[in-house]
Design a protein around this ligand. Structure first.
Ligand code: AMP
Length: 191
């Protein structure tokens, strides 16, 4: 199995690239944001709990997020690997993911970060908000808060995997195909 973390700020194109990577490598895409939105649309207790945090652009508490992620991984063992998108978002989540994968005799092969400047992110998210129906994509103050949370809580995740020699930065500006090819080249280097 080859497991990838697709990393980067909100609006950096992780979802778009994950869909293309799934098509090419057959990996299972696990986006915690998508899982939360699905729970919210069904008004499950987990969705109801997550809703307030998401609406404010805050992280959902770790115990909720990690439990949901763990269920998704454990219930899908027969895949060629996982693409983690939007997870881990802090160091506690990194440690929980390590523990979960180690219990399954698995590991993270690579973390690829899509780098996009703040102003471009805000423009992209506001444009996505016009069609996504996501309330957290429509308010510039909430978007700015999500960027601030990314910088303060999530950026250390890069360092966590960089110390293991597994984290790489990629240019997140360019055509979808060009960025995809760069991601594939890097992912193909792993064994
Ligand atoms: P995303 O779709 O990845 O931008 O996530 C949307 C929102 O879901 C985030 O702003 C958080 O409120 C919540 N969320 C998604 N993934 C996580 C995570 N790993 N930890 C905590 N909250 C998360």
């Amino acid at each position: 199995m080859k497991n990838l973390i697709l990393f980067g700020p909100p609006g950096s194109g992780k979802g778009t690239q994950a869909a293309k990577l799934v098509e090419k490598y057959g990996l299972l895409h696990i986006s915690t944001g998508d899982l939360f939105r699905s729970e919210m649309s069904q008004d499950t207790p987990l969705g109801i709990e997550a809703k307030n945090f998401i609406a404010k652009g805050q992280l959902v508490p770790d115990e909720v997020t990690i439990g949901m992620l763990r269920n998704r991984v454990i219930s899908n063992p027969d895949v060629p690997g996982y693409i983690f998108d939007g997870f881990p978002r802090n160091i506690a989540q990194c440690e929980a993911l390590d523990e979960l994968l180690a219990a399954l005799n698995q590991d993270i092969h690579r973390l690829l970060m899509l780098e996009v400047a703040d102003q471009e992110i805000i423009t992209r998210i506001l444009s996505r908000g016009q069609s996504s129906g996501r309330t957290d994509d429509n308010d510039p103050a909430i978007i700015q808060h999500r960027i601030d949370v990314y910088k303060s809580e999530t950026m250390p995740v890069f360092g966590y995997y960089a110390e293991k020699g597994k984290a790489f930065k990629m240019d997140g500006i360019g055509t979808i195909q060009h960025i995809f090819e760069a991601l594939c080249r890097s992912f193909d280097e792993t064994t």
